[in-house]
Design a protein. Structure first.
Ligand code: NAD
Ligand code: GLY
Length: 380
């Protein structure tokens, strides 16, 4: 399969490529431009940040590949514990400790090798270290290949809210190696599909037609052509939106549309503790709640809500909470979400299947009964 390239178009010379292909981790040529300095007078120090799981599967391969284009002694690694629970200050500090202990400077390069947790933390470390150093994303989960590695949102969690501390900081390039998905548990493939289907729900109805039973089967079978197609389409959708509203600040609230299902989803993650439901699973359940709320307000039809549920179920995602929870408590947690501005909460809702918009609630009371009803419907 030929490697596909997509550009995220940004201002001020910050545009960057996303490479989607097989065996990229074994390909020194694809990394060459990013690991050597322009004048080649001095080799960059490289810090690969990964976790204990990926270390055992892919770290050696990447180190050996990089060693073909830069001296081995320039390549360092920081191994973090694995899990959303560790996406916090304490873990972030380990990256800074290792960079400083090894005399990294502003010309160094940091590489995120892993899923969205590693990508978000490494990106934030790169944004902060010496006020910003170059970084590359090598996403190894489906979710990170189609969403978190693209667009420059970086963050860590706080016990009071997810991704509450972070920065917008773009990578220099993204390398999505489809082969890495072969070792990914199927539950994580499903989690990635939640974000992939999201692009169809909010922006690209024709994309949803691709998700036939046959193609779902091929996805779970690791079919490279089908995976590369859905990763490419997803990155294209995301790059288009990010190019128009990089920092989620346009009047049209364009980038905010990517948060469809996430206001409910983040509350679910915070309520149950990070990691109980995978991020993609929480988003899938949140998607149902947001779709139901859209329908309760008279926007989409029950048939469209049912179609969303069918697609999520075909992706083997949960569409209801199977654990005990009080809908009111979840509702209160949503007001800690980043989308709360001056006490108003922005919900991303669907006008039609394939068209999202931002719906502003002006107080915690407005439409609370309808929201709580939409949550309750998806508690088993
Ligand atoms: P993750 O990073 O926790 O990875 C999931 C699990 O898979 C981990 O145990 C990881 O070690 C393991 N893993 C990763 N790659 C593997 C591989 N190839 N083979 C075997 N195991 C592998 O989870 P995720 O779903 O990738 O990312 C979720 C995170 O991404 C959340 O923290 C979420 O907030 C964040 N996110 C960020 C953005 C953004 O725009 N920055 C967007 C969406 C999600
Ligand atoms: N995942 C939401 C965003 O990147 O804006």
């Amino acid at each position: 399969m030929q490697t596909k390239t997509l550009i995220v178009p940004l201002s001020n010379n910050r545009s960057y490529p996303i490479y989607i292909g097989e065996n990229l981790l074994q390909n020194p040529d694809i990394f060459a431009d990013f690991v050597t300095n322009k004048n080649k007078s001095k080799n960059k120090k490289i810090m690969i940040v990964t976790n204990t799981t990926i270390e055992n599967i892919y770290l050696n391969t990447l180190q050996n590949t990089l060693a073909k284009i830069t001296p081995k002694e320039n390549i360092f690694a920081t191994i973090l514990p694995d899990g959303e629970n560790y996406k916090n200050w304490e873990t972030l500090q380990k990256i800074f400790d290792n960079l400083l202990a090894n005399f990294f400077d502003r010309k160094s390069l940091i590489i995120a090798l892993g899923g969205g947790v590693i990508g978000d933390m490494t990106g934030f470390a790169a944004a902060c270290f010496q006020r910003g150093v170059d970084f590359l994303q090598i996403p190894t989960t489906l979710l990170s290949q189609v969403d978190s590695s693209v667009g420059g949102k970086t963050a860590i969690n706080h016990p009071l809210g997810k991704n509450m501390i972070g920065a917008f900081y773009q990578p220099k390039a993204v390398f999505a190696d489809i082969k890495t998905l072969q070792t990914l548990p199927k539950r994580e493939i499903s989690a990635g599909l939640a974000e992939i289907l999201k692009y169809g729900f909010i922006n690209d109805a024709p994309f949803l037609e691709f998700f036939t039973s046959e193609n779902f089967a091929k996805i779970f079978d690791n079919n490279a052509d089908v995976l590369s197609e859905i990763i490419y389409k997803s990155c294209q959708n995301k790059a288009d939106i990010v190019a128009k509203d990089e920092t989620e600040s346009s009047d049209k609230n364009l980038r905010a549309l990517l948060n469809f299902g996430h206001t409910f989803g983040h509350a679910i993650e915070t309520y149950f503790g990070y990691g109980t439901y995978l991020h993609g699973e929480a988003v899938a359940i949140g998607t149902m709640m947001a779709a139901e709320f859209s329908q309760n307000l008279g926007f989409i039809t029950p048939k469209e809500v049912a179609k969303i549920q069918t697609l999520l179920n075909q992706a083997k995602l949960p569409t209801a909470l199977d654990k005990k929870v009080n809908a009111n408590d979840l509702y209160k947690l949503m007001f800690h979400d980043k989308k709360v501005q001056n006490g108003t909460l922005n919900f991303v809702l669907l006008k039609n299947l394939g068209e999202a918009f931002v719906y502003k609630l002006n107080s915690a009371e407005e439409n609370s009964t309808l929201i709580i009803k939409s949550i309750e419907k998806f508690i088993q």
